[in-house]
Design a protein. Sequence first.
Length: 103
Amino acid sequence: MVDDHERLSEKDFGLALFDEYQDLVEEMPLYDDTLYGLMTEVGELVDIVKKGSRPGKSIDKARLKDEGGDVLWYLTRFLSQNGIELREVATDNILKLNARHAG
């Protein structure tokens, strides 16, 4: 029987792109603490959703995409600083969720 880790290769999800993204992020300058930056960007996402959820308003998807990219950047940089690969986080998360929701 094939183990889930064997079945879920990087090729299955295109997760090798995470390695390339992480390499690019690591090459960029860092001007502030990654955890503080991450929390700030998550707060901006929450604000977009809060304001877009008001009566007569809608969520600004362009801003959501922009801030989501910032969240991804800071999360990736934070993981790198702690010796964790984004690809491993993504793979392990899929395995965990599949196991949790397996019928």
